[in-house]
Design a protein around this ligand. Sequence first.
Ligand SMILES: *Cc1c(COP(=O)(O)O)cnc(C)c1O
Length: 390
Amino acid sequence: MLEKRNFETDAVRTQSERTDFREHSTPLYLTSSFVFDDAEQARALFADEVSGNIYTRFSNPNNTEFIEKLCLLEGTEDGIATASGMAAMYISMASLLKAGDHVLASRSVFGSTHQILNIIFPRFNISHSYADLGDPDSWEKQILPNTKMIFVETPSNPSLDLIDLEWLGKLAAKHKVILNVDNCFATPYLQNPSKWGADLVTHSATKFIDGQGRVIGGAVLGKKALIKEVRFFARHTGPAMSPFNAWLLSKSLETLAVRMEKHCANALDLAQWLENRSEVEYVKYPFLSSHPQYALAKKQMRLGGGVVTFEIKGGIEAGRKFLNSLKMLSLSANLGDTRSIATHPASTTHSKLIDTERLAVGITPGLIRVSVGLENIKDVIADIAQALKF
Ligand SMILES: *Cc1c(COP(=O)(O)O)cnc(C)c1O
């Protein structure tokens, strides 16, 4: 474990050892394997008696740098980088669950996480149930004798509801179940679930961690004993992150703090502006005082995040017209980019859910999700203003 400094310093100064070329910025290690000094060292490496790189499916200096830095920023003991966020979600569950186990998840998890729980895991006799973020009293009743893991996202996508991580950490500890938090929306800069008792913290690095819409990646972080199991599973099933992506993502982390400050300031400006518009039914943003969980957001998040959602008056048709009238904002399914992006979840990211499931996770027909980028917010607001007048 490296010594903990302040967030920005760890993000900038955590670097793999310099090579003989004395480079200032970490080079890219594009190599599939590494050479052994002699037969004895090869034997010791494979026997786990010494640490070192053998093969890039197991480890690589770029992946190690990325993950050591991310662990410092999240306050976790250990971690592993994966090829995508979904690889991280999948191995964080598949490596620790077995037939007969049960997962309790928040109803509003990411679409593909739903597909793992609903379609893929039942094939292996791993069951699940969903609990509502808005009804914390129902959670304890849903913990069964075979519940092995609680999986949550806070803030949720796209409805931006929260769950009290301190309360949930205690509930998980009381019942001895693994608490797994997908921290993709908040990033380690805004919220550290391990501080409140999360055993695993999972990420899609594709979003704000990259922050520039370039690469796919993910990470599973957490307690040493659990990551040991996750690492075994990953080593032999192969969801490794490419060294190129790890190299890029490690450099992305250097600017995470300044980027998140700006994303959040822009998002708050937009949310406050939207609140005063007659075309808008309601606005949801964790750091708006009108958010039902504003006090909780202030307690467990440093800032409100880079995503704002709002409901346009006029339902699904008004939502479509609004999107088609935008001139600058991108229509894309991604989020956490320098470029502001507008999405209509009911017809895209969450279209696979049935109507009642969508409403249960707060996705109303005219709901628009804006991932607020790093443009000047006046230009983002100007584009949204002209599109609201369709
Ligand atoms: C995007 C996303 C994922 C999946 O990540 P990929 O990198 O696209 O595989 C998982 N969880 C959340 C909350 C996400 O936004």
